[in-house]
Write a protein that binds this ligand. Structure first.
Ligand SMILES: Nc1nc2c(c(=O)[nH]1)N[C@H]1C(S)=C(S)[C@@H](COP(=O)(O)O)O[C@H]1N2
Ligand SMILES: [Mo]
Length: 385
């Protein structure tokens, strides 16, 4: 008969043993989680700054795929964090309920920080996932809350690392396999190495299942990826013309684009726009939700329109959509992007006139920008003073 150990409830610290609860496993999972969260945090800050730029922030226009890469990383590292966080919790959860609940002031701080950390981490991962799924079962505005809680999560992680530093150093310094039997493994259960391999396999599985949303050669294996390649003209659609309520205004033959600048306000028909110099650019749509797709666009340079109304290359430019409802009916293109050769008011996508769902009659497409700022169904362009 093998002796089975039973934890008393709530468990006492000294009862928590076995390879799963070994600090060498916990620290290695923690390291991987820290790296994933770190990348996710930094890329999230970048995305936030591009969308709500503080005065000191500029974002380069090259490489054209830059935002595609940072935001792809944001979502991939977030998804990779899910199995890591679950594995990490499996290693430490008995400690979350040990008795006595508080042994000293530092111990109280440690426990409080762990609860904040777990709560904030779960909140970020769950809201992020639901946002990808376009499911908003909450009343708050996703970007603001997701951003605020990210700071709480990263703060709690830093406190946790600071408190645990001696343990982390000791645990990471000790070889994984060493003294396996002493850690409570009687040889019948999984080893520490096996547990780490299982967590790693979980990470690879969830990444492969989803990363095809942004990595084209993973499309076929990414069974859980959203919006990969389907959609009119080979590009996914996030908001259709019907959903945006623009079908009639966008397909009106009397459509006129207004361009307003310091010297003039001009109106241009679609034929006027077609008669201007056309430029072709290969640029991605890179949605904040992590999916992205490259496409060939053709249309009028934003710079040319700005110059026609007396604007300068130092001025930001606002794009206003026919769409009257919702939050994405407007965007501001910073001067650095507005004067770029590849920033277009696109009339064509992949060799055809823009599909109504992709923004017909005309839409903004600029390099290295979040999809949400690539305004569709543009009706007015304003050079901002
Ligand atoms: N007017 C308007 N433009 C918009 C949106 C919108 O909802 N309304 N969605 C944006 C988002 S979130 C993305 S990712 C891109 C997607 O462009 P596509 O539908 O042509 O692929 O359009 C952007 N332009
Ligand atoms: Mo998007």
């Amino acid at each position: 008969m093998t002796q089975r150990r039973h934890l008393s409830l709530p468990p006492r610290e000294e009862e928590i043993a076995g390879p799963l609860h070994d600090e060498r496993v916990a620290a290695r999972l923690g390291l991987a989680l820290g790296i994933a969260f770190g990348i996710c945090f930094v890329t999230g800050l970048i995305s936030h700054a591009i969308q709500q730029p503080p005065w000191w922030f500029t974002w380069p226009t090259r490489p054209v795929n830059l935002y595609r890469v940072t935001q792809g990383l944001h979502v991939i590292t977030g998804i990779a964090s899910i199995p890591l966080l679950l594995a990490k919790l499996a290693t430490v959860y008995p400690r979350l309920f040990t008795w006595p609940p508080v042994r000293s002031a530092p111990h109280a701080l440690e426990r409080a920080s762990v609860f904040v950390l777990v709560g904030a981490a779960f909140f970020e991962l769950i809201t992020g996932l639901l946002n990808i799924a376009h499911w908003y079962p909450w009343a708050f505005f996703f970007p603001t809350t997701h951003y605020a809680v990210a700071w709480i999560a990263i703060g709690a992680i830093l406190v946790h690392i600071a408190i645990k530093l001696p343990v982390i150093r000791r645990a990471l310094g000790a070889p994984v396999d060493e003294g396996e039997r002493d850690s409570g493994n009687d040889g019948t259960g999984p080893s520490r190495r096996l547990l780490l391999t299982a967590a790693g396999t979980g990470v690879v599985a969830v990444v492969l299942a989803t990363a095809g949303a942004t990595v084209p050669w993973l499309r076929r294996v990414s069974v859980l990826a959203v919006r990969t390649g389907e959609g009119p003209q080979g590009v996914p659609v996030n908001k259709s013309a019907i959903a945006a309520g623009v079908v009639d205004t966008a397909s009106d033959p009397d459509f006129r684009l207004e361009v307003a600048g310091p010297d003039a306000v001009i109106t241009l028909s679609l034929d006027d726009l077609r008669a201007m110099t056309q430029t072709e650019a290969s640029l991605p749509i890179a949605c904040v939700e992590g999916w992205s797709a490259s496409a060939t666009w053709r249309g009028v340079r934003v710079r040319d329109l700005v110059m026609q109304v007396g604007g300068s290359p130092e001025q930001d430019v606002r794009f206003i959509s026919l769409q009257e409802s919702g939050l994405y009916g407007q965007s501001v293109l910073p001067a650095q992007h507005a004067r770029d050769d590849l920033s277009l008011l696109a009339l064509e996508l992949n060799g055809e006139e823009l599909d109504l769902d992709h923004g017909f009659p005309c839409r903004l497409i600029a390099p290295s920008r979040p999809g949400v700022l690539q305004t569709k169904w543009v009706r007015r362009i304003e050079v901002i003073a």
